[in-house]
Design a protein around this ligand. Sequence first.
Ligand code: ADP
Length: 271
Amino acid sequence: MIDFCDVSKTYQNGTKAINNLNLHIDKGEFVFVVGASGAGKSTFLKMIMREEVPSSGTIVIDGVELNTLKASKIPYYRRKLGIVFQDFRLIPNRTVYDNVAFAMHVIGAKNKDIARRVAYALSLVGLSSKVKCYPNQLSGGEQQRVALARALVNQADIIVADEPTGNIDPEMSKEIVDLLTHINQNKNTTIIMVTHEVDLAKQYNKRIITIKNGTVFSDTAHPEIVGVDFGIPEKTSPNAYYEAPLEDAEIENFIDNYGKNDKEEASASEE
Ligand code: ADP
């Protein structure tokens, strides 16, 4: 499903963020990715998103070779992914319904399908009664559940959750991970959850990959993680690798990068 083979990434200023990383994640796995600040986690996610390409090595995700993926195909590739952020990134002046429906509008879905799937996604996360609320009327945990519904609504094969519990209470954090576990088990969706909260990850009997200095430091379901200083959890530093729109003005730009309807796809493949 996800294969990183001898992947290294050096940024233009010479910083080596990823250093000969090898990783295989199977379809339907639930994986925690942990590591200190600066370890390379964001760069790893940016490469999964195809926001960055490796300086060397290859990445193949669900049969798509990311190094050689044509620019016109990137939005379609990204449909495989549902992304959940630390800071939720909900559109403040849209209702819960519209925030989730937005992900389907971007890809040109029909209104009838949108209504059906949004209702289903919100019921999965237990928020059917909040469809007409605005984000600021919800608790942090509820906002993160809306974001999860948005990530799920297009039936993504892979959910990438980047510090999804970083801005919510400990009890709510467990609820979010329980919900991800439920989705993983019931939908066979592959889940990659990046977190600073090693203790939270350890409560689940799941694979934990520790990244240190840009490479895999440990990879085990029963971690005895030693030698890694995880530092102080970052509470409010959303990664900039993917900017879900917050303002109406940002929406067009977002659609260029993440959307495109199927008619356009047909013409792109005729090129
Ligand atoms: P993490 O998400 O684990 O904190 P990052 O992937 O953000 O780690 O960073 C890994 C290393 O790469 C750090 O030394 C960071 O300063 C550097 N880095 C990240 N992004 C860039 C960039 N765009 N240009 C140059 N260096 C970067």
